[in-house]
Design a protein around this ligand. Structure first.
Ligand code: PLP
Length: 470
């Protein structure tokens, strides 16, 4: 047999790690030099400069003859690191884009090496059991009083929300209802709710105004009362942690209204869900366990590499509409003989074992360890709000509920704010987001780095100040 060419060794088996180790050295070195070359939260120069650097370093990307594994790894990993918006930098705080834990990232390497696929037991014997156990443990946090809570592992809030809408559409309808499922949500709801309705052939959601940033129970009551007389088949969707401001809808009052009007209730806790880990902040989510379905993301407050989403349900029967059969994956006789049927746990077929990094993180840190990271991050956001409040040059939108802080220099109009944000991006000094509220445009700092120090926040404000015209 001829010797296999360099770069074609496999990652699995007892020999896999030996093949991986030198590649890991190359990757880790390239991550280091790339971050050193960048020397800030993102590369300077804006899209043209970054695109040029990528082209210059990486082309051709499908050469006739390969460049070899170390050259390819070194070049591409270095280029990506040098050109990254790195959420581990405390000044990279625009989006719900978290810095992943080294621990979870290491676990994800093992997931890649083992490559179990979560669509049938014979591709993932141990991983499928780990997924069920971990999903149940997390679902138990969401639904502490339920007998058999469960959760599906998803690619994130978007997929979880889609599944929630689908499960509502497929759930047994209340008697005497007519017409398609109507979704009721706030103007503060995530855009994925609207896309889910579109994708699933449902009418555009009834979108209630949220002038104060959260759903108003009186408005919801009026809407549900009117719908109860017309279609009766309704899904009320609330948000626990809005993307723009981190606001929490009043869950207990909304759960009461859903009950009263016979509506199904979904809570999108993509952002706020991990407060469940925290002894200090858990009570902010009171009422969450009254929802039929709950979306939680662990690639936001949860410090997982993408993807790490969940859709929690209080009982496994909620998931029965997803049951599906494909003879090669879950033939009846295989299932009767005891092979677990995994196909009903996702709409995807081939599926990564995203549960491994999550399970490793939960086991390593425990609930209290994760709760401590949540607490630290919320404290950082409060510190930033205090600094803004105490600064005569700045206006604070509101005290932060989660880790989002909206602010702006006094008197800055929308165009000035947009320019400040883009200039900080182009110079590579800071990555801030933007949010439009009824009171206009704001700069948005979404803090997700639990190790952010007050000094980092002072510098961030100085950077904005330095770009504010007088
Ligand atoms: C981030 C977010 C989503 C979307 O989640 P992805 O993981 O990006 O798909 C949905 N809803 C809310 C409230 C979010 O913050």
């Amino acid at each position: 047999m001829s010797v296999a060419p360099a770069g074609t060794a496999l990652a699995g088996g007892a020999d896999g790690p030996r093949a991986l180790r030198p590649f890991l050295d190359t990757v880790l070195d390239a991550l280091t030099t790339g971050a050193q070359d960048r020397s800030g939260p993102l590369p300077p120069g804006g899209p043209d400069a970054v695109a040029r650097a990528v082209r210059d370093a990486c082309l051709p990307l499908l050469p006739e003859q390969g460049a070899g594994p170390h050259t390819a790894l070194r070049t591409l990993v270095h280029t990506l690191a040098a050109g990254a918006a790195d959420p581990a930098d405390p000044h990279c705080a625009a989006h719900l884009h978290c810095p992943p834990l080294a621990l979870a990232t290491a676990a994800d390497l093992a997931a890649g090496a083992l490559n179990p696929s979560m669509d049938s037991w014979d591709q993932a014997p141990a991983a499928s059991e780990l997924e069920v156990l971990t999903a149940r443990a997390l679902a138990g946090l969401v639904y502490p009083a339920a007998d058999q809570p469960d959760a599906l592992v998803t690619t994130g809030g978007t997929e979880s929300n889609q599944l929630a809408v689908l499960l509502a559409r497929e759930a047994p309808r209340p008697p005497h209802t007519t017409g398609p499922l109507r979704i009721v949500c706030g103007a503060n709801a995530h855009h994925s709710i609207h896309r889910a309705a579109w994708l699933l052939g449902l009418p555009e959601p009834l979108t209630l105004p949220t002038p104060d940033g959260t759903l108003d129970p009186a408005t919801v009551h009026t809407c549900l009362a009117e719908l109860a007389g017309r279609t009766g088949h309704v899904l009320l969707t609330a948000t626990a942690g809005t993307t723009d401001a981190g606001a929490l809808d009043p869950l207990p009052a909304l759960a009461d209204l859903a009950d009263k009007h016979g509506a199904r209730f979904h809570v999108d806790a993509s952002y706020g869900g991990p407060l469940l880990f925290s002894d200090t902040h858990r009570t902010a989510l009171t009422g969450l366990d009254r929802a039929h379905t709950v979306t939680v993301d662990l690639h936001k407050l949860g410090w997982q590499p993408v993807a790490a989403g969940l859709l929690a349900v209080p009982t496994p029967t909620t998931l029965t509409p997803l049951a599906h059969q494909a003879d090669y994956l879950n033939a009846d006789d295989d299932t009767e003989a005891g092979l677990p049927d995994l196909l009903g746990r996702s709409l995807r077929t081939t599926r990564r074992p995203d549960i491994l990094k999550i399970a490793v993180t939960l086991k390593a840190l425990g609930r209290q360890g994760l709760g401590d990271l949540v607490d630290r991050t919320l404290t950082a956001a409060r510190t930033l709000a205090d600094l803004i409040d105490a600064h005569p040059g700045y206006e604070l939108h509101s005290r932060p509920t989660l880790t989002t802080v909206l602010f702006r220099p006094h008197g800055a109009d929308d165009a000035t704010l947009a320019t400040i944000r883009r200039t900080l991006l182009t110079e590579g000094h800071a990555v801030l987001g933007r949010a439009t509220t009824p009171t206009g445009l704001w700069l948005k700092a979404t803090l997700l780095n639990p190790h952010t120090q007050p000094g980092d926040l002072t510098t961030l404000l100085k950077l904005v100040e330095g770009h504010t015209p007088r």
